[in-house]
Design a binder for this molecule. Structure first.
Ligand code: ZN
Length: 500
């Protein structure tokens, strides 16, 4: 079971816990006209949402969206802490994580914000990471992409869809835009202008402060970026190409922090843990990362910190050194016996070492005795468990666990892919087609989704099944017409559950 085969879950944001918003003290510190409302007259919030949702589904075909719920729950917690403290707390948000070492993040209308793994790995603390999310949240609440279109006079949804792809992503990721338009249109790529960057920084820093983070870490992250640019031969990180960092932007940002009281750094426990996991699980060169971690451990004066030892256990697992990995994780669990993250890693090691029964038994035990203070891990534990059941072909046991997860987070394509396989292998063909349809739909392959739902409809005998499949098909047809998308069905690869 390699990492790629167990890359399974992406979480919709609706279940995330939120931190109560603090009063917006900062509004008085940085008076700035709200330029965000005019866009609503050109493109409605509903249209923005529809195009943004569709964009994210299509982007899944081109970018490596991470499905590990442990990571997604964390970035959604930080993201919603910011969003709830923003100037538009009623706007819904979803935060995604993309496996890419380039430092970048992007925002799409409708409240979809994606962060590259590289950005978290380079941020020095949670407050710096949060400052980027605050900037991106402001691009959304200020409708910057829609306002960019308004200026260029093209106000159709198709133009919006195209410009989202180009403005939000740029670079290699702009191929997601190919679904909508010709390559030449992408050449007219729209970047956020200087005015929008200023506004996103000014409004972002207010939310950062109101959420209890240190405003100083916004310019702090800019300094981190500059340092990174100097070290790397590749030049500026992608983030700076889509969000240009001018000298005035840095100095203005630093000046703005003087209007805010000093705030100590947030608690860094979760940030360090997540970073330790990312570092080990997404390292491309495993032997090099293993050697680096070993030398860092050797350099520590006293006992190495838990996060470094956690990275070590995970990289040992990825290097197939299971006995050493077992002993490292056992040491951590001796010190922190309740830590569910460590327990999941422990079962991962057994599953990777092909000790399937032991790995599954460990997961089942965690599931049955989830400590109260770890209740936010329920979804994560369920997914690790159902993934292990599917991989060991215990399909009938996996089905109810997967259905429970889908009820909570219906937008994660990999849940549907796993469920399609489980249904298919259990002889439930209609449900297998249906799940496969949902999977393709959530990856923006509307043509394939239609084909799967039609197959399911042929098998349907009950009135309920027929009616719900018909409704699903009509809904897809309506979306295709509204978005003005011609399905380039022949160009799309068939991706998905086996036996499709
Ligand atoms: Zn920006």
């Amino acid at each position: 079971m390699s990492r790629s085969t167990r890359n399974y879950v992406l979480l919709a944001a609706t279940t995330m816990s939120t931190v109560a918003a603090m009063p917006n003290y900062a509004a008085g510190y940085d008076q700035l006209p709200d330029l965000g409302s005019s866009a609503a007259t050109i493109i409605s919030a509903r249209e923005e949402q529809m195009v943004g949702d569709d964009f994210i589904r299509r982007a899944r075909q081109h970018l490596d969206f991470i499905s590990d719920p442990e990571l997604l729950i964390y970035i959604n917690e930080v993201g919603h802490r910011i969003a709830d403290a923003s100037n538009h707390p009623e706007q819904s948000f979803n935060f995604y994580l993309i496996e890419d070492s380039n430092i970048n993040a992007f925002a799409v209308p409708g409240g979809h914000i994606a962060v590259h793994t590289g950005l978290i790995l380079e941020a020095e603390n949670e407050d710096q990471f949060a400052s980027v999310l605050a900037h991106e949240v402001a691009h959304v609440t200020q409708h910057h992409i829609a306002r960019g279109i308004e200026k260029s006079k093209g106000s159709t949804l198709k133009t919006l869809a195209t410009v989202i792809a180009a403005a939000a992503l740029g670079g290699q990721a702009a191929q997601a835009a190919l679904v909508y338009t010709s390559a030449s249109a992408i050449e007219k790529r729209l970047r956020y202008g200087r005015e929008f960057e200023r506004e996103a920084d000014a409004i972002g820093i207010r939310s950062l402060y109101a959420a209890g983070y240190s405003p100083d870490e916004m310019p702090g992250f800019f300094r981190t970026l500059q340092r990174w640019s100097r070290i790397k031969e590749s030049g500026a990180p992608e983030f700076l190409r889509s969000h240009p960092l001018t000298v005035s932007r840095i100095s203005e940002s630093a000046a703005r922090t003087e209007n805010y009281p000093d705030v100590p750094l947030a608690d860094q426990t979760n940030f360090k843990y997540i970073k330790a996991k990312l570092r080990a699980m997404y390292a491309e060169n495993i032997p090099a990362e293993l050697a680096l971690i070993e030398s860092e451990i050797a350099d520590t004066e006293d006992a190495a910190p838990a996060d470094l030892r956690f990275s070590y256990a995970l990289i040992l697992m990825r290097a197939n050194k299971y006995d050493q990995a077992r002993s490292e994780i056992a040491d951590l669990l001796y010190q922190f016996p309740e830590h569910v993250g460590y327990k999941l890693a422990q079962s991962d090691i057994e599953l990777e070492a092909q000790q399937y029964d032991l790995g599954i038994a460990q997961l089942a035990a965690v599931r049955q005795n989830l400590p109260e203070q770890w209740s936010h891990y329920e979804q994560t534990v369920d997914l690790y468990y159902s993934n292990a059941l599917v991989l060991t072909e215990r399909f009938t046991e996996a089905i109810p666990v997967l259905r429970k997860s889908i009820r909570k987070t219906p937008d994660e394509p990999l849940f549907h892919s796993m469920l399609a396989r489980a249904y298919g292998e259990s002889g439930e063909t209609l449900k297998a087609y249906q799940s496969r349809g949902e999977y393709h739909y959530l990856r923006g392959n509307l043509g394939f989704a239609q084909a799967q739902f039609k197959q399911a409809a042929k098998l349907a005998t009950s009135y309920y099944d027929k009616a719900s499949l018909q409704a699903r098909l009509e809904d897809i047809k309506r979306q295709l017409v509204t978005l003005g998308i011609e399905e380039p069905a022949r160009r799309l690869q068939l991706i998905g559950p086996s036996n499709s």
